[in-house]
Design a protein around this ligand. Structure first.
Ligand code: SF4
Ligand code: SF4
Length: 372
């Protein structure tokens, strides 16, 4: 397969060219204006950051991106889907509040925010791709309704997938709550009986008549009837209906690739990654541990696979400086050339996801890096 172009700019600035100017130059050089944005709804998929975590992408970049898109005739909106786990982004009301607090409001981000899978994460569509692991990924409705998808990705470590970049932001981040259950789980959900309040919501909404309350007013799942649709997990507000087990990193990354295919299916798309604040874990935590490498730059491409590979290679080839998880574990070593994500999360395998994405035709790991 022919090499995909990945455009890159470092973080050096001058009084006449700040980082926002550099990002704009980067995406224009990468060819974003070749997309016909006129009157198109553009979903800018971004992670608003769990409150307390400060490693997420600054809203200033989103504001400039929204301005560029509007100047090209687009109707952009910032979006993300709700989380599967508890926290302050597990329903649209808390999620919107968190986004506003972190600066994704009409003043700082100059763009409206839509939580793509609705109030309780149930607003999704199934996109048939007939994947090996996921036949019909469940994608947040607002993202499905968008005409164009643009991902803004914070590149950092991730405890289950190895790293989080474009594929993770798209494949996992655009999945509705039921979709995230499919991505993470190998089987049906379970009930944490101690947490169950007997509110009956899961019973009322289970379309397969697979849950009832027992004599102690606790939910019980009939596994002969349960099809693993995840509605009860999406609707339970007490962390009682939860994921039963976690998948392996390989299978998780295969599924993320298949979900990415569903998100991008038949839509023009473009991707920007920020290799800054490369924290060892993802932005879903309410804190961000010290970055494992120095801030490197911003990269952009039409190919999310090539973009992820280029970013991973840059982190591999960057030195580990002091004061972080890796430098503490490996004192006096700069670890240039080492796969740092695998060192931090030995059970993960990010290469598996990129290889599967290649097989699915999403892009190629073969890239040409062009410095802007
Ligand atoms: S929705 Fe949650 S808390 Fe309510 S009955 Fe079901 S499992 Fe229990
Ligand atoms: S996963 Fe779906 S089918 Fe199974 S108990 Fe929950 S709502 Fe019912």
């Amino acid at each position: 397969m022919e090499a995909s172009k990945v455009y890159f700019t470092n973080l050096r600035t001058t009084p006449s060219s700040n980082l926002l100017d550099k990002m704009e130059r980067l995406v224009k050089r990468a060819g974003i204006t070749n997309i016909d944005f006129k009157d198109q709804f553009v979903a800018i998929k971004i992670h608003f950051g769990e409150p307390g975590n400060l490693a997420y992408i600054r809203p200033n970049y989103a504001a400039r991106m929204a301005n560029i898109l509007r100047s090209l005739g687009a109707r952009p909106f910032l979006t993300d889907c709700n989380t599967l786990y508890s926290g302050r982004r597990s329903n649209a009301v808390d999620h919107l509040q968190s986004a506003m607090e972190n600066g994704f409001n009409p003043i700082s981000a100059n763009c409206n925010v839509i939580i793509a899978d609705g109030v309780k994460g149930t607003d999704c569509r199934e996109i048939e791709i007939n994947g090996k692991y996921c036949k019909a990924p469940k994608i947040g409705a607002a993202i499905v309704d968008a005409d164009i998808v643009l991902s803004m990705n914070h590149f950092k470590g991730h405890e289950q997938s190895g790293f989080g970049g474009a594929l993770k932001n798209l494949g996992m981040g655009c999945a509705s709550v039921a979709g995230k259950l499919e991505l993470h789980g190998t089987s049906q959900p379970k009930i944490e009986t101690d947490n169950c309040k007997g509110c009956n919501i899961c019973v009322k909404h289970c379309a397969h008549d697979a849950i009832h309350l027992n004599d102690n007013h606790k939910a019980v799942i009939d596994y002969d009837k349960c099809v693993g649709c995840g509605q009860c997990v999406a609707l339970c507000q007490y962390e009682a209906a939860v994921l039963a087990s976690w998948d392996t990193s390989e299978r998780l990354n295969y599924k993320i690739a298949e979900y990415t295919k569903a998100v991008l299916l038949d839509k023009p798309n473009f991707h920007i990654s920020f290799i800054m604040n490369v924290s060892p874990e993802c932005d879903c935590w309410n804190h961000n541990d010290a970055a494992i490498v120095p801030d490197l730059g911003i990269a952009a491409s039409f190919d999310p696979v090539a973009l992820d590979k280029a970013c991973a290679d840059m982190v591999t080839n960057a030195p580990v400086l002091g004061g972080n998880k890796l430098s503490e574990a490996h004192p006096h070593q700069h670890l240039v050339g080492e796969d740092k994500f695998h060192m931090i999360h030995p059970d993960t395998n990010w290469q598996a996801g990129l290889e599967h994405a290649e097989k699915l035709g999403i892009g190629t790991q073969n890239y040409e890096l062009i410095t802007v």
